[in-house]
Ligand binder design. Structure first.
Ligand SMILES: *Cc1c(COP(=O)(O)O)cnc(C)c1O
Length: 360
């Protein structure tokens, strides 16, 4: 059975050119060749991340850095902003790290309200806030700049932002917004195989980490800073993945960031048109919808697992049948990574062919 082409919100489809780049001969990671590889990616990664600070590379999926942010930064109490599967989980992770944690919980499908964040922080005692920019389970894109502005109203509260499914697909002004840790896994909008994360740590966050004794070793931000200054990583990195990352950074810079943002928005609109013309509704409210994926409400009550299976078996495309507690009540289509108007149109044509069998 050939593998289906992925339109799930991560991992996504990888280009043959990326796989080819990944198959270059191995090098040692404590030598000049590696330093050159590492350094070559910094300017592109900094442009994508909207920062003048170094971009660190972690041999882990995003959760490694999400947990690391809690361990490196939280001394008093963390506020986790929860609006879906990934952001909700962060509260659980904070507690498992032994930290005092509180949350703002909104109903799945709703965005985080900056006013509610201000009110909660005014209660006092918080030193860290976590936010998932693009909540991949619900298709909600949170108002990042408004929330960042609220956190900056408070002294000594650090903001950690997960941009796993928005990084490189929408502009993210890390330095301008005063984000203290920005992180992303590469298997979503960066269109690479999983296993690597990129992240940025502010001066203030490094200072906080320094005063925190619970950092551990593998994810110690100070180790990343020390090694990063020498164009290196604390432990052996996934060098083949870094070849892929170098290829993707070059590809992204050649496309141009503005053109990449516009392509994601245009392809996302094609999916929006498809759902509207088929009588489906958005799970996320207008004004807060992701541009890298669409979470579609199953208001027409179709057999979602059957639909997903029919699209896969009949056309070789894999979409997602909903995440966690909204499985079946929703389904999701990704337009992240290398997708084009043509490839999205091919998927929508397939959906059109299959859908009539599932409508009562
Ligand atoms: C996929 C995803 C994650 C999970 O990352 P892992 O790679 O599984 O560690 C976290 N946050 C968001 C927003 C995601 O979309």
């Amino acid at each position: 059975m050939p593998k289906p082409k992925l339109f799930i919100p991560g991992p996504v489809d990888i280009s043959p050119a990326t796989f080819e780049a990944m198959s270059a001969p191995m090098i040692g990671h404590r030598g000049k060749d590696f330093e050159t590889l590492y350094a070559s990616m910094q300017p592109g990664l900094q442009a994508i991340a909207g920062t003048a600070r170094p971009v660190f590379l972690s041999t882990s999926s995003a959760w490694g850095v999400m947990e690391a942010s809690i361990r490196n930064l939280v001394r008093g109490k963390v506020l986790n902003l929860c609006c879906g599967a990934f952001s909700d989980k962060w509260f659980d992770v904070s507690q498992r790290c032994g930290k005092e944690a509180e949350k703002i919980q909104v109903e799945w499908g709703q965005p985080i309200d900056p006013g509610a964040v201000r009110a909660k922080l005014q209660e006092g005692g918080f030193d860290t806030v976590t936010l998932v920019h693009n909540e991949t389970s619900t298709g909600v894109m949170n108002p990042l700049s408004d929330i960042a502005a609220v956190v900056k109203e408070f002294d000594d509260i650090l903001l950690v932002v997960d941009t796993v499914s928005s990084f490189s697909a929408v502009p993210i002004a890390t330095d301008e917004l005063g984000i203290d840790v920005l992180l992303a896994g590469v298997q979503k909008a960066m269109a690479l195989p999983p296993g690597l994360s990129v992240f940025v740590v502010s001066e203030a966050a490094l200072a906080r980490a320094e005063s925190n004794t619970d950092r551990g070793y593998y994810f110690d931000f100070l180790e990343f800073a020390k090694n990063g200054a020498k164009n290196n990583t604390p432990s052996t990195p996934p060098i083949a993945l870094l070849y892929g990352l170098q290829h993707m950074v070059e590809t992204i810079m050649a496309e141009g960031l503005e053109a990449r943002y516009a392509r994601h928005e245009a392809n996302n609109s094609l999916v929006h048109q498809w759902l509207a013309s088929n009588g489906f509704e958005h799970f996320a409210p207008e004004g807060f919808r992701s541009r890298t994926l669409t979470t579609i409400s199953n208001n027409r009550d179709i057999d979602v697992p059957g639909f997903v299976k029919a699209v896969r078996e009949g056309h070789g495309f894999l979409i997602n049948g909903g995440y966690g507690k909204i499985k079946g009540r929703t389904f999701r289509i990704s337009n992240m990574g290398n997708e084009t108007a043509e490839s999205i149109q091919d998927l929508l044509t397939a959906l059109n062919e299959v859908l009539p069998e599932f409508l009562g």
